[in-house]
Ligand binder design. Structure first.
Ligand SMILES: Cc1ncc(COP(=O)(O)O)c(C=O)c1O
Length: 363
């Protein structure tokens, strides 16, 4: 007789209640213009392919467990020591390590809207979130961030999905006044905004999180890193999987990181295309937040000059029919009348704008 097992009922209560993170669509077929998950439209540095193929012969061996070499080159670039750096299987891994170490039953703080993975990561540890809502201006509410007194506060700067970057003055004001850890998630900072790295020397309660997925064009490789005091890094290392970053990922990230010239030129291309795309959206009269990231968060208006959730949803669907994927966040009043468009190549942005024009002519 078949033995049954109620996998749902037997899971821990917080896992039963968990909703898995829903990433942006990753269509597998050809012919899509993919502007929905803030990836880099350009290939990574050619040095990545060389480093990866040279490493293949080493694959029978386990990777170096702490990614020491990568920690060292990153530390040197930021004027830190390897003890101030931890490497993750994507920056999502770093966010999880921080949560495992420091988020108590009270839950973690975050601004709303921001990166929707934070609640998922907290939920996996059986913890909740304390919301600090934005208003439409998207300015940081320092008082509210301080008032919730969270053990860990996740701040995305530049923010997602808006692209709005926060000033170092505001970030420092938070650091001075909170008792817990401030995590500044700088996934997009290479495209604009001020980095909080310089504040690490004065604030032991700061963790800066970065990723290779966006500006280094390595989303498929899954490498991110955290910068913090040696004491915090030491704690994160205690809960890290022994081999959390594979051999190929370690050498690929290092090769991309060290090819500064290539990095600079690709970064500048994205910034230039962002500016030209914004000019086009401005011409349409759409409101778009000032973006320091590799995406634009814009509020479409239809041919009749109307905006709102139905208008944004209609554009999203029209673009999808045209095989142009952007991101739509219908669940929140501050996001439901907007779409988020990742910055692709000039040709991809042109195709996006052509599809927008055809929507305007039909909507
Ligand atoms: C704000 C923010 N942080 C972190 C990440 C995840 O980066 P990674 O690919 O390094 O896990 C993303 C990805 O979209 C993001 O938007």
């Amino acid at each position: 007789m078949k033995k049954t097992f109620d996998a749902n009922a037997r899971a821990l209560p917080h896992v039963q209640d968990l909703h898995a993170y829903v990433p942006g669509e990753q269509p597998q077929g050809e012919g899509w213009i993919k502007l929905n998950t803030n990836e880099n439209p350009y290939p990574p540095s050619p040095r990545v392919a060389e480093a990866v193929s040279a490493e293949v012969a080493q694959l029978p061996r386990y990777p170096e467990p702490v990614s020491e070499q990568l920690r060292t080159v990153i530390a040197e670039r930021f004027g830190l020591t390897a003890q101030n750096v931890i490497i993750g299987n994507g920056s999502d891994n770093i966010l999880d390590l921080i949560t495992r170490c420091y988020v108590c039953a009270k839950g973690a703080g975050h601004t709303v809207p921001s990166y929707s993975l934070y609640p998922v990561v907290a939920g996996m540890s059986g913890k909740g979130m304390i919301d600090v809502p934005f208003s439409r201006s998207m300015e940081l509410d320092v008082e509210a961030m301080v008032a919730i007194n969270a053990p860990v506060f996740f701040l995305t700067s530049p923010n997602a999905p808006t692209g709005v970057a926060f000033s170092l003055t505001a970030i420092e004001a938070v650091l001075q006044r909170i008792d817990g850890i401030l995590v500044v998630d700088e996934a997009y900072v290479d495209f604009g905004g001020e980095t909080a790295v310089a504040l690490l020397q004065d604030y032991e309660n700061l963790v800066v999180v970065r990723t290779f997925s966006k500006s280094y064009a390595l989303a498929g490789m899954r490498v991110g890193f955290g910068l913090a005091s040696a004491a915090i890094i030491g704690m994160l290392d205690r809960v890290r999987d022994a081999y959390n970053v594979d051999r190929i990922a370690q050498v690929a990230a290092q090769a991309a990181f060290e090819d500064i010239e290539y990095f600079e030129s690709q970064r500048q291309k994205v910034i230039t295309t962002r500016a030209s795309t914004l000019t086009q959206l401005d011409r349409l009269g759409w409101f778009t937040y000032a973006s320091a990231a590799n995406f634009l968060f814009t509020e479409p208006q239809n041919g009749a000059g109307e905006s709102g959730a139905a208008v944004a949803a209609s554009l999203f669907e029209h673009l999808k029919q045209a095989h142009v994927l952007v991101r739509y966040f219908p669940a929140h009043p501050l996001t439901c009348s907007f779409i988020r468009v990742s910055i692709g190549t000039d040709a991809e942005m042109e195709a996006f704008l052509i599809a927008v024009t055809s929507w305007l002519n039909h909507a």
